[in-house]
Design a binder for this molecule. Structure first.
Ligand code: ADP
Ligand code: MG
Length: 499
């Protein structure tokens, strides 16, 4: 071999070495970046931990806050408001009643015929009606006139002989899922609008009276017999089917709970409440807060950037509005600090792009190659080329967020049971009869609980885990769909002036 040949060979060797060095360097860097992504998930998992010990602390904090909220106005982040509902339906309601549901995803009008015995519903008719942006931000008169005329058209269409005595005034259950200061079963003042509604001249007004006036104007012989929110409607419907139902929880876009309390425990209104017995208390538990809640930097930044900072802290860790957004925040950080989502930083930086149902679909992807995860990333987030192991890591993030949410909601539920002595922790005082705990039912509603089976399983499992095997068999979580519609109608029946 000549000198030139040697030189060429040496040159090639150097180049090969250089390429190899680049490749090794790349692989090392890539491994480091992968390691960074895994470390971020691990840190997040640790910060989100919900051991049963931690959950019991949340249970205690919930019960303590409930006491404080009942003791004085503003005594707790839990509003613990009166509903004046002291007579829950028991399955014996009879007749045809109407309901309106405003404040959920759809505005709905319902007509329901109750059989009079055995918790039986004979007919159930529903109409959904979108509320336009103009109505949501217009005037009080426009909104309530629209509601009344929609109801009138519905009544005229559906009243095919069911209504044998047309001149008798009909009773209506009005589910109005916005913050209200209740004045009686059938009246209450709007405290503020939420969920995109902003009708200034309605704030501070009695919304039942607004509706009654609009109905009178359209010539509808109808009256609001019960003004409630979706949680109270759910408790009423739960009780209609099963009289052991003592509490209701909504876990949908937002979250809230209510329960049956002894009136003598509602200390802040002792002067107001004459009769002894029970009354439904609306907790507004979305605003619950405790230092025992496992809060991560992602929760803090979500809260900081939200329009209602320092409010609805529990809701921001639990409800459908936020779970996808928490996942997005974790993924965004992973994209910034590793290379597992190629070129995705931009796409992941848009708040709320990852809706909770999509997150649920990725979490529940049962295919071995996580095909659905890949498809959702491509179709909805425009992120392609994500490796299988990165997709697995993403599923793990979804799991951490959902598991924490479900377990915290479970702790909240057991907190209510503890407050009313149904968690088995206080022997005889805990409602035990003949040494056995009393059967206790909690009605649950909402798209997150009903539609997301992993969430539901985690929640049910955690309730049993916190209660322990001796008490858990006596506590039943029962899905009670459409509490906000059917529940309001059955309350109208229970509080009907025609009864
Ligand atoms: P609302 O709370 O508006 O009355 P729902 O109770 O139906 O309505 O809850 C809807 C919310 O529940 C959605 O915003 C979404 O966050 C969540 N959700 C609905 N279906 C699913 C699902 N399959 N998986 C996960 N979350 C869901
Ligand atoms: Mg709802």
């Amino acid at each position: 071999m000549g000198g030139a040949g040697l030189g060429l060979a040496a040159g090639c060797a150097v180049a090969t070495c250089a390429i190899a060095a680049v490749m090794v360097g790349h692989r090392v860097r890539s491994r480091r970046r992968w390691g960074r992504a895994v470390a971020l998930v691990r840190e997040f998992e640790e910060a989100s931990a919900t051991s049963v010990g931690r959950l019991r602390q949340v249970v205690d904090a919930m019960a303590v806050e409930m006491h404080a909220g009942l003791a004085s106005e503003g005594g707790s982040k839990l509003r613990m408001s009166l509903t004046f509902i002291d007579n829950l339906p028991d399955g014996s309601e009879e007749g045809t009643y109407y309901a309106l549901d405003l404040g959920g995803t759809n505005f709905r009008v319902l007509q329901i015929q109750f059989s009079g015995k055995g918790s039986m519903i004979l007919t159930h008719r529903v109409q959904r009606q979108p509320i336009s942006q103009e109505l949501m931000t217009g005037t009080r008169e426009e909104l309530f006139n629209f509601i009344a005329s929609t109801l009138k058209q519905f009544v005229q269409r559906e009243d095919d002989g069911i209504d044998q005595i047309p001149d008798v005034r009909k009773d209506l259950g009005f589910t109005f899922s916005f913050p209200v200061r209740q004045l009686s079963v059938s009246s209450g003042l709007l405290i503020k609008w939420t969920k995109g509604f902003s009708i200034k001249d309605a704030v501070g007004k009695d919304v039942a009276q607004c509706l009654n006036e609009a109905m009178l104007k359209t010539g509808l012989n109808m009256r609001v017999a019960a003004l409630v929110n979706d949680t109270v409607g759910t408790l009423a419907l739960g009780h209609y089917y099963d009289v052991d139902t003592v509490a209701a929880v909504i876990i949908g876009t937002g979250t809230n709970a209510c329960y049956l309390e002894r009136t003598d425990a509602i200390i802040k209104y002792q002067g107001l409440l004459m009769n002894s017995g029970d009354m439904v208390v609306n907790m507004e538990w979305g605003n619950f807060w405790s230092s025992h809640l496992p809060r991560t930097p992602y929760d803090i930044s979500l809260d900081d950037e939200s329009p209602n900072r320092n409010e609805q802290g529990f809701e921001k860790m639990i409800s459908g509005m936020y779970l996808g957004e928490i996942v997005r925040r974790v993924l965004q950080r992973m994209a910034e600090e590793s290379d597992i989502f190629p070129d995705a930083v931009q796409n992941l930086s848009v708040p709320f792009v990852l809706r909770t149902p999509l997150m649920a679909a990725m979490h529940e992807d049962g295919s071995p190659d996580l095909r659905e995860v890949g498809r959702i990333l491509e179709d909805h987030l425009k992120i392609s080329g994500v490796s299988l192991k990165a997709r697995r890591l993403l599923v793990r993030v979804c799991d951490i967020v959902t598991r924490r949410a479900a377990r915290l909601a479970a702790a909240g539920i057991v907190g209510i049971l503890k407050k009313i002595g149904r968690d088995g922790s206080a022997g005889v005082a805990s409602g035990r009869t003949k040494g056995k705990p009393r059967r206790t039912v909690v009605a649950i509603e909402g798209g997150l609980y009903v539609g997301y089976s992993m969430f539901r399983e985690y929640l049910n499992e955690a309730v049993a885990e916190i209660l322990g095997e001796e008490v858990a068999p006596y506590v039943c979580l029962r899905v009670c769909e459409d509490g906000s519609g059917t529940g309001a109608a059955v309350l109208a029946a229970a509080y009907s002036s025609n009864r």
